[in-house]
Design a protein around this ligand. Structure first.
Ligand code: CA
Length: 336
């Protein structure tokens, strides 16, 4: 047996086949100076009632994004097994050390949970968690929802997100779930860097995957939290997993897309970023969406940041300070 085919080093007392509600931990071995035989106890919950689909729900993949983890914790507290058909597996703190420190990346190994899939059983904590999810949980799951927000650097119009998929049947199912979620925007996103994402790991197995981008700025927005809570209920109803429940009334989802990298606005110089727009404003191709100020050179005019595409100001950098190469804005257009 090679080391890659050995089972995960992470263990749990959860019985994934048992009906009812179980709230427990994943035990992640973490030997360190302060705790020779220590481990990390990462929260997990499973609610199951008979036959039906399995929905894997994750939040806190980045530790400075809060709407997902809070909405998932509330779902675990309030969902009674008798109202469910099938099984939900909930990891509200997927990068648990990062969530504890309130940072995007893990303070233990600098790991970005959404760039290390399929992970490694012999890696440090972040790839070890990813490997557990990949080898132990994804085989159980029919559908995966991974809830993100903008974190410390970005802010989004609250959105449900999917990717453009080659499989037309899976694309149609994904778009139906995206619309059912009921966020203000349902977005088909072309990512700048797909390598190592949970998204691709699930999509490549032909399974239904959705993510979200809710609030941002490392805050917990009441508006975005409501979108998250309603979206969770709507998705469960859409999948036929909530007996007797109706979808929550939401305004119609605006279907949009970010079709390629030209919809991203990247800072070409370091300085102080001044946005010219609020989220939701319309911007026009060839016009400035903001500018970079150079406070160490008072004679120098600010550098204008030009939109390469027309559309809606969908995402913005929230921090004033910007480095060369920072994404400062994303423009989205209506789905044709
Ligand atoms: Ca994120």
């Amino acid at each position: 047996m090679t080391s890659t085919s050995l089972p995960s080093r992470i263990s749990t007392d959860i019985d994934f086949d048992r009906d009812g509600k179980q709230i427990s931990n994943l035990v992640i071995p973490y030997s360190r100076n302060e705790s020779a035989w220590g481990s990390l106890l990462m929260p997990i919950a499973v609610v199951k009632n008979g036959a039906g689909p399995t929905l894997l729900l994750t939040g806190g993949s980045h530790g400075d994004e809060y709407e997902g983890p809070i909405a998932l914790a509330k779902l675990v507290r309030t969902l009674e097994p008798e109202n469910l058909r099938g099984r939900i597996i909930v990891l509200p703190a997927l990068n648990y050390p990062a969530l504890r420190s309130g940072t995007r990346l893990s303070p233990i190994d600098g790991g970005n949970m959404n760039r290390v899939f399929p992970g490694s059983r012999t890696g440090t904590v972040t790839p070890m968690i990813a490997h557990y999810v990949y080898t132990e949980l994804l085989p159980l799951a029919d559908v995966v929802l991974d809830m993100h927000s903008g974190g410390s650097s970005l802010e989004f119009i609250p959105s449900a997100i999917c990717h453009r998929l080659e499989n037309p049947d899976l694309m149609a199912k994904t778009l139906a779930a995206l619309t059912a979620f009921g966020a203000p925007v349902g977005l088909i996103l072309e990512e700048l860097d797909m390598e190592g994402m949970l998204d691709s790991a699930v999509e490549n197995q032909g399974k239904l995957f959705l993510s979200t981008e809710l609030g941002g700025g490392a805050t917990l927005s009441p508006v975005a939290l409501q979108v998250a809570e309603r979206g969770l209920q709507n998705l469960l109803v859409h999948l036929g997993m909530l007996s007797g429940a109706q979808p929550v009334e939401t305004p119609q989802t605006r279907l949009m897309e970010v079709p390629d990298g030209s919809y991203y606005v990247i800072a070409s110089e370091a300085g102080i970023y001044e946005p010219f727009y609020q989220l939701g404003d319309e911007v026009r191709q060839g016009e400035p969406i903001g500018q970079i100020h150079f406070l160490e050179n008072l004679e120098r005019s600010p550098q204008l940041l030009i939109a390469q595409q027309s559309g809606t100001f969908f995402c913005r950098r929230v921090q004033g300070k910007a480095e060369r190469g920072d994404c400062v804005a994303v423009i989205a257009r209506e789905l044709p």
